[in-house]
Design a protein around this ligand. Structure first.
Ligand code: NAD
Ligand code: IPM
Ligand code: MN
Length: 351
């Protein structure tokens, strides 16, 4: 019997609907594979902020450090400014635990048609490796001359050699374990100063990974190629902001952002990694019980894989593929009428 301690942070909005669904799936698969997960649930959220003035306690990171992994829903809710919820919880966890890889797989499943005519199930299967702790999401910057005609906002994009090299190495290594093809998202035509540096680092690291075929694409052209020929990609490595935008685009071309999972990884395992769906708290549908739990369930499968249970994780992704291919049970975002619970029932029945 293996035991892992999991910190659950459902957060806000549909986070409170999709995380319980993911937990049900984990419990079913765990029981079948002799994996015991113990959970502590934390109410860290915008609701807590309104009541107590902080998204999480000041020693929140110290508390989380004791866990083997973190499973998070989403944070952010109308009434609390997004910069409060993000800088008060999500970003400190990603940075504090050096989760510098944000791994976001994309698959077109049979039974969930892509909005792109050309994208076929089984053919579109790639992963975005998003740099997750620096780049365009830096703390350096701010707003000046508020309210004046001279008002301005500036933010420095910060790319370090260490920060770029480690995420690029992770991406090359992942490509080697997949189909051996890496694409680097860039904007190197000299307009954005940071990107020629990114390119230099990618080229230098490439020399250490001769078994991987790689190229680079400008981010604008790459966005177009995601739409025109998504089957061409295997691993795409991107800076923080580029990776953020590409991952919602890729999720949409796989049928919707409710499906897409993410793993915020600290590959050295010095700190816990965090698993969360790509989507946010979806205030427009929160409380209706109809959120698609697939992104959270797939994220939970990535967590099991990270914890060393590849077989159990594979059973969850197989059940995801099977429920989509063999039943018509779908949440409304995928054109169905099922609730979150009904969809989760249909999926767990296949485990
Ligand atoms: P969002 O992902 O919450 O919603 C965008 C659209 O997609 C909405 O129409 C929503 O109903 C739909 N959607 C998202 N997930 C769905 C699901 N599982 N099932 C069905 N439909 C789904 O993005 P947004 O509207 O830009 O942001 C809302 C809030 O969430 C903001 O406060 C934002 O800061 C926050 N946010 C948090 C995270 C995070 O914590 N990781 C990520 C993204 C956004
Ligand atoms: C994501 C989200 C976050 C990000 C926001 C909410 C800060 O969009 O996880 O993709 O940009 O990282
Ligand atoms: Mn995003």
């Amino acid at each position: 019997m293996t035991t892992h301690r999991i910190a659950l942070i459902p957060g806000d909005g549909i986070g409170n609907e999709v995380i319980p669904a993911a937990r049900r799936v984990l419990e079913t698969v765990g029981a079948q594979h002799g994996i015991t997960l113990t959970y502590d649930s934390f109410d860290w959220s915008c609701e807590r902020y309104v009541k107590e003035g902080a998204m999480m306690p000041s020693d929140g990171l110290d508390t989380l450090r004791a866990y083997d992994a973190i499973l998070l829903g989403a944070v952010g809710y109308p009434g609390v400014a997004d910069h409060v919820s993000l800088w008060g919880l999500l970003i400190p966890i990603r940075r504090g635990f050096q989760q510098y890889v944000n791994l976001r797989p994309i698959r077109v499943f049979e039974g969930v048609p892509s909005p792109l005519r050309s994208a076929k199930a089984g053919e579109v299967d790639f992963a975005i490796v998003r740099e997750n702790v620096e780049g365009e999401y830096s703390e350096i910057g701010g707003r000046l001359n508020r309210g004046l005609p001279e008002e301005m906002a500036v933010q420095e994009a910060v790319f370090t050699r260490k920060g770029v090299d480690r995420v690029v190495d992770y991406a090359f290594d992942l490509a080697r374990r997949r189909r051996g093809v890496l694409t680097s998202a860039t904007k190197s035509n000299g307009i954005v100063h940071t990107m020629p540096f990114w390119d230099e680092r990618v080229a230098e690291r490439a020399a250490r990974h001769p078994e991987v075929r790689w190229d680079q694409e400008h981010i604008d052209a790459l966005a177009a190629k995601f739409v025109l020929a998504p089957e061409r990609f295997d691993v795409v490595v991107a800076s923080n902001l580029f990776g953020d935008i590409l991952s919602d685009l890729a999720a949409a071309l796989a049928g919707g952002i409710g499906i897409a999972p993410a793993a915020n990884l600290n590959p050295e395992r010095e700190f816990p990694s965090m698993f969360e769906p790509v989507h946010g708290s979806a205030p427009d549908i929160a409380g209706l019980g109809v959120a698609n739990p697939l992104g959270a369930i797939w994220s939970a499968a990535m967590m099991l894989d990270h914890l060393g249970h590849g077989e159990a994780a594979g059973r969850i992704t197989a059940a995801i593929a099977a429920v989509l291919a063999t039943t018509s049970v779908r949440t409304p975002d995928l054109g169905g009428t099922a609730t979150t619970d009904e969809f989760t029932d249909a999926l767990t029945a296949l485990l």
